[in-house]
Design a protein around this ligand. Structure first.
Ligand SMILES: *Cc1c(COP(=O)(O)O)cnc(C)c1O
Length: 410
C-alpha cells in the first residue's frame, strides 16, 4: 500500500523538548504513556513562561494594565477552546481543574431534583472519575445506578443502551473513548437515544480530546468534559462544555469569590455562567497554556495525524497479535492508538518494569478502571498508548522490547 500523506512525524516530534531526552543511562526515551498524560510542545511552555514573565496578574478584578491583559488572554483562551470543540457560545465553556472536577460538578448539580428510584446509566468501561461521583450522589439521593455491559471485543451494543434507558433514567454518563480499550463510542447515536428519552447525555472526553476531532454539535450530547493535560496542555486545568440552557439552569457548585453577584449576610445572588461555576482565582496560565496547545494542534492536519496514529495502532496490533499467550483488551474496529494487554502467567507490572529498563514508558495496573478489569476477569493490564508524535521506530522498539521481556519472564 502506498501512502500520499505529507505528515512528517519527525517535525511534529521536534516541537517536544522532553522527547529528546534519554533515561536509564543514555537510552532514548520511548514514551508510550500518552493516555496517562500527553507531553507538552514548546509553544505551550513558551506561552506559560511568557505569561509569567510579562502579564501575571489576577483576572476579572484589578483596575490596572496587567490585570486587563491577563483577563483578555484568559477570555481569549475561552474563545479558542469554545471554537475548538464547536461550542455555540463562549459562555458554554466552564474552566475546571480537569475531567474529574468537571464530572464532580455535573454529578453534584444535575440531579438536584431527582427523586429516589430515579436512575443514572453508566457503562462498564468508565474511568473511576465517571463512576464514583455518580455513586456518591446516588447514595445521597437514593438513586439507582445501572450499567451498560461491554462485549468481549470492547464495544457496547447500541441495543443494550436503548434497553437500559428507562423512563427513570435522568443521566447517561459515558466515555467518548475508553482509556483502556481504546474504543471510540458512537456518541451521536447514544445522544439521540438519550434525547428521545429525556435523559441528559454527559460525555467523558478525557481520551477522545487528544485523538479525535471533537464537535459537540455533531455529537449531540448535553455536556462534554476533558482535561488539558491529555491535550498537550498543562496539568490542573480542564474544560466543561455544556449546552447553554442546560448549564444556565444548574445550581451553583462551589461558593466563593468570582461566582457571586452580590453577597450580604442575609443571602447571596450568583454571577452569570460560566463564572457562576468558577469560584476563586482560576488556573490562569492553565487556560493560556491550553489555548496555546490548541493553536499548535490546529497547525497540523487533523486527518493526517489521525491516519498516522491509526497506522501505528494497526502496525503494532498486528505484531502483538502474533505473540504467544498475549491477549489485547479491546479489538474494536473503531479505536484510537491505545493498546492494553495481558500475557498469560506474567504480571503486567513486571512487563512495565522490564520495558522501563529499556527506556520504554508504558503503564501497568488497573488504569482507574477496576470494574472493566473485573469484567475481563483480571486485576491489571499493561497499556501502551501512542500520540501524534509516536514513530514506527518506537512502535518496533516497543514490540521487540516486549518480546524480550516476555522471554525473560517465562
Ligand atoms: C484521564 C481520564 C480521566 C481523569 O482525568 P483527570 O485529568 O485525572 O481528571 C477520566 N476519564 C478518562 C477516560 C480518562 O482517560
Amino acid at each position: 500500500m502506498t501512502t500520499t500523506s505529507t505528515y512528517d512525524v519527525h517535525t511534529v516530534r521536534a516541537a517536544f523538548p522532553i522527547l529528546q531526552r534519554t533515561v536509564h543511562g543514555g537510552k532514548p526515551l520511548v514514551y508510550l504513556d500518552h493516555a496517562a498524560t500527553a507531553q507538552k510542545p514548546q509553544a505551550v511552555l513558551d506561552a506559560i513562561g511568557h505569561y509569567y514573565r510579562t502579564t501575571n496578574s489576577n483576572v476579572h478584578r484589578g483596575a490596572h494594565a496587567l490585570s486587563a491583559e491577563a483577563t483578555a488572554a484568559f477570555e481569549d483562551a475561552r474563545a479558542v477552546i469554545a471554537g475548538y470543540v464547536g461550542a455555540a457560545r463562549n459562555e458554554e465553556i466552564v474552566f475546571t481543574s480537569g475531567t474529574t472536577d468537571g464530572l464532580n460538578l455535573l454529578a453534584a448539580t444535575v440531579l438536584t431534583s431527582a427523586q429516589p428510584g430515579d436512575e443514572i446509566l453508566l457503562t462498564e468501561m468508565e474511568h473511576h472519575a465517571n463512576i464514583v461521583p455518580w455513586q456518591m450522589v446516588a447514595q445521597q439521593r437514593g438513586l439507582a445506578i445501572r450499567v451498560v455491559p461491554v462485549r468481549d471485543d470492547g464495544t457496547i451494543s447500541v441495543d443494550d443502551v436503548a434497553s437500559l434507558l428507562t423512563e427513570r433514567t435522568k443521566v447517561f454518563a459515558c466515555a467518548h473513548v475508553s482509556n483502556v480499550l481504546g474504543t471510540i463510542n458512537p456518541i451521536a447515536e447514544w445522544s439521540a437515544l438519550c434525547q428521545a428519552n429525556g435523559t441528559r447525555c454527559i460525555v467523558d472526553g478525557a481520551q477522545a480530546i487528544q485523538h479525535c476531532s471533537v464537535d459537540v454539535q455533531a455529537l449531540g450530547c448535553d455536556a462534554y468534559v476533558f482535561s488539558a493535560h491529555k491535550l498537550f496542555g498543562p496539568t490542573g486545568f480542564g474544560v466543561l462544555w455544556a449546552r447553554y440552557d442546560f448549564l444556565d439552569a444548574l445550581p451553583p457548585y462551589r461558593g466563593g469569590g468570582a461566582m457571586i453577584d452580590r453577597v450580604t449576610f442575609s443571602g447571596t445572588t450568583f454571577n452569570a455562567i460560566p463564572m457562576r461555576f468558577e469560584a476563586g482565582t482560576p488556573h490562569i496560565e492553565g487556560a493560556i497554556g491550553t489555548a496555546a496547545a490548541i493553536r499548535w494542534l490546529q497547525e497540523i492536519d487533523t486527518t493526517e495525524r489521525i491516519a498516522h496514529e491509526d497506522d501505528l495502532l494497526r502496525h503494532t496490533t498486528a505484531a502483538m497479535t502474533a505473540m504467544d499467550g498475549l491477549t489485547i483488551l479491546g479489538t474494536a474496529s473503531h479505536k484510537v492508538g491505545i493498546i492494553s494487554f495481558v500475557v498469560d502467567g506474567i504480571h503486567a507490572s513486571d512487563i512495565g518494569t522490564l520495558l522501563d529498563n529499556m527506556g520504554i514508558a508504558i503503564r501497568a495496573g488497573h488504569h482507574c478502571t477496576q470494574p472493566l478489569h473485573q469484567r475481563f476477569g483480571i486485576d491489571a493490564s499493561a497499556r501502551a498508548s501512542f500520540a501524534l508524535t509516536s514513530t514506527r521506530e518506537e512502535a518496533d522498539m516497543f514490540v521487540e522490547g516486549l518480546a524480550k521481556a516476555i522471554r525473560m519472564l517465562r
